[in-house]
Design a protein around this ligand. Structure first.
Ligand code: FES
Length: 244
């Protein structure tokens, strides 16, 4: 398909998104720092729509298990997703935004006057402090991304004793969520429901997180849905196991 009009520039405030269709595929048109991006609205991990996923910096996070995708490239940035989402080419012509099903190359920039007009519309995804004052989006995004990285780095210290691969690269971690009061909740799986090392892995994952200064208590929730499969492993893990 060629370029088709999908929205007016002023319909999307800075940091906002709009559900669109690109060649009958569900997609999101996202506005970040004055640029427009169009991405597939389907998590590659297990098909969850990304429609309501939080935007953190230049990434969108799957609301189901926490996979993150870079909005500009579609690249999968963390487990449990191992492959990226599609991106679509966007053009801004005057006040109108057009999208085609060709892959994105460079982001489309909104005209200056349209940026001024649209930023007057409150962004639905803007973060706020407890007292209602606005947080800096950049600071919020950086802090969240750093925290997630810290958790995943800690969890990489936990090694599956049968495969000798850490549980993050194995794809066992489905999501890590910061809760109030330094509490952290992890949703994870095991390579099989009967995994004899399960209790040991769960205990070590909890301890690895609770060793972090910022974590008061970690709760590990085991799930077998969706079940683990080898395609959840990172390329590094596959290399280690000799899977090509
Ligand atoms: S469905 Fe998106 S991370 Fe699982």
């Amino acid at each position: 398909m060629g370029f088709e009009r999908v929205a007016n520039v002023s319909e999307i405030a800075e940091g906002g998104r709009l559900s669109i269709e690109v060649d009958d595929l569900p997609a999101l048109l996202i506005r970040l720092e004055g640029h427009f991006y169009a991405v597939e609205d389907l998590c590659t991990h297990d098909g969850q729509p990304l429609t309501d996923g939080p935007i953190i910096g230049d990434e969108i996070k799957c609301p189901r298990h926490g996979a993150r995708f870079q909005i500009s490239t579609g690249k999968a940035m963390c487990m449990p997703a191992t492959s990226g989402i599609r991106t679509f080419a966007v053009e801004v012509r005057g006040e109108e935004v057009f999208v085609s099903d060709a892959a994105a190359t460079t982001p489309a920039k909104a005209p200056v006057e349209a940026i001024v007009a649209a930023t007057a519309v409150p962004a639905t995804t803007a973060a706020v402090n407890a007292d209602g004052s606005a947080l800096s989006p950049t600071q919020t995004a950086l802090a969240e991304a750093e925290t997630q990285d810290q958790y995943l780095t800690a969890l990489r210290d936990v090694i599956d004793p049968e495969l000798m691969i850490n549980i993050v690269d194995l794809g066992l971690i489905y999501g890590v969520t910061s809760l109030d009061g330094g509490n952290v909740e992890v949703e994870m799986t095991l390579t099989s429901p009967a995994c004899p090392a399960g209790p040991q892995i769960v205990h070590q994952a909890r301890m690895a997180l609770e060793r972090l200064e910022s974590v008061e208590a970690a709760t590990i929730k085991l799930t077998m849905s969706p079940p683990w499969t080898p395609d959840r492993m990172t390329d590094e893990a596959r290399d280690q196991l000799g899977i090509f």
